[in-house]
Write a protein that binds this ligand. Structure first.
Ligand code: F6R
Length: 230
């Protein structure tokens, strides 16, 4: 696990505090940080803690650029399933971020990331099958930003977010190439249901069959709660 820093916290609240500490420190060191932003359930307490710190005036995200990680195809901005909307409500607006990169097409996204000079920090959640964004297994390190059809596994894992609404079948994701090129990756993992896949990602072979395992070739910090690691 060389290059990997593993930080185990007792519970989800400790995870949020530790992740907020790391992200805040990075923003203090580089106020113009560019951050790839996962949605999903795991990072929400971290984003809420960051919002508290912004409101308290202890950290300033006004020069940060928030970059979208993934999106469904064919959803409007006001569709509750829009990941752009979720990112705006949970991260961009509460942190008073003024600069964003929306993921609209592979070419537009690549040009925007190049304009930023690459990404400084990728905040990621761990899919139940090891996916990152919508990079489903198998996703090799060079997998580019692309549109794709969601696998049955993704449809199932995403269904929990949307109640009775159907999960859209198409999606676009930042590629493994962009994620792995970020100067630092932060993987947040919470809950006993992630324990097996977390151990596989950190201790198994580095393989496209477990996209998260490929993060071990980057500067990776994993912050997990005890349930996810124990
Ligand atoms: C969300 C995303 C997904 C999630 C992953 C874990 O933007 O890209 O890859 O990070 O499915 O989701 P949670 O955190 O809900 O367990």
């Amino acid at each position: 696990m060389s290059g990997v820093t593993l930080n185990i916290q007792p519970d989800a609240e400790g995870l949020a505090q530790a992740a907020a500490d790391l992200i805040s420190e990075q923003v203090r060191v580089n106020p113009s940080l560019s951050i790839l932003v996962a949605t999903g359930n795991t990072p929400m307490p971290t984003y809420a803690e960051l919002a508290r710190r912004v409101t308290a005036g202890t950290v300033d995200f006004s020069r940060v650029t928030a970059v979208q990680l993934d999106e469904y195809l064919g959803v409007s901005d006001d569709d509750p399933r829009s990941l752009w909307g979720w990112m705006r409500r949970s991260f961009v607006e509460p942190l008073r971020i003024m600069r964003t990169v929306r993921l609209e097409s592979p070419a537009q996204f690549a040009a925007a990331v190049a304009d930023l000079g690459g990404l400084d920090l990728a905040i990621l959640g761990l899919g139940p099958n090891g996916h990152l964004g919508f990079n489903e297994p198998p996703s090799p390190p060079g997998a580019p930003t692309r549109t794709l059809e969601l696998t049955p596994a993704s449809l199932e894992s995403n269904a929990v977010y949307w109640g009775d609404l159907a999960v859209p079948a198409g999606a676009i994701t930042a590629g493994m190439d962009v994620i792995l090129a970020a100067r630092q990756a932060l993987l947040l993992v919470s809950g006993a249901h992630k324990r097996d896949i977390l151990h596989t990602a950190l201790e198994g072979p580095q393989t496209p069959d477990v996209p998260a395992s490929l993060l071990r070739r980057t500067a990776l910090t994993v912050i997990a709660d005890g349930a996810a690691w124990g």
